[in-house]
Write a protein of this length. Structure first.
Length: 217
């Protein structure tokens, strides 16, 4: 191959490379916000990891004798009147991001860089149950067993305790990472480079704000 032909071949190769790179940039430039919004909305409700939490709820009660003598009230614990119980509660919690209300307000674009601002995360306690095999209780001879109504109340107390712990479990970061694992490949397929994609929430939430993200159920 002559030097002249070799120069032509190298020039054609470089032209092809630069053209291919230019086509990739052009592809991301041509993507409109409505297209991005539509693709993200199709993710619907995106669930994060399922969490299984364990709480032990305890309760003690003592049978007492109450009354008054000479206008003085008294309260006496009766002998052998104290009973106690420890109830293991197992709860399942799911975290998700709902893209149903996702709009152009959730997208910031600066040249080739794009930022997806996620809708606020939601938490849902999908189930709670008592591990009856591990229930521990002490019932004095003169006292009755804990009733089904009392066990139900303790289960509800366990559910409330789980809900109170949720803001301290860093579930928002788990939801963000899971959303990023889904959205980054989606945006990459639309022509964006992974290094230029950011997936965030609108802010770092406080404990009180996170408590409000728990769905009633």
């Amino acid at each position: 191959m002559s030097i002249f032909n070799r120069k032509i071949w190298i020039f054609a190769l470089l032209t092809t490379i630069f053209s291919a790179c230019g086509e990739g940039d052009e592809q991301s430039d041509e993507v409109e916000l409505p297209d991005i919004v539509m693709q993200v909305q199709q993710q619907a409700r995106l669930y994060s990891t399922e969490y299984r939490l364990h709480k032990i709820i305890t309760q003690d009660d003592t049978r007492q004798l109450q009354g008054s003598i000479l206008n003085q009230k008294y309260k006496l614990d009766l002998p052998l009147g104290k009973r106690s119980i420890a109830v293991p509660i197992e709860a399942t919690v799911k975290t998700f991001v709902d893209f149903g209300e996702f709009s152009e307000k959730n997208v910031k674009r600066n040249g080739e860089k794009i930022e997806i601002i996620l809708p606020d995360p939601q938490f849902e306690i999908t189930s709670t149950r008592v591990n009856h095999d591990e229930v521990k209780q002490y019932i004095p001879l003169l006292r009755s067993n804990f009733s089904d109504a009392e066990l139900t109340a303790l289960t509800q107390a366990g559910r409330a305790a789980v809900a109170k712990d949720l803001p301290r479990l860093n579930l928002t970061e788990s939801a963000r990472q899971n959303a990023a694992r889904t959205l980054i490949p989606l945006l990459s397929a639309m022509g964006f480079d992974e290094s230029q994609i950011t997936v965030t929430f609108r802010k770092k939430f406080t404990v009180s704000e996170i408590s409000k993200f728990l769905l009633d159920s």
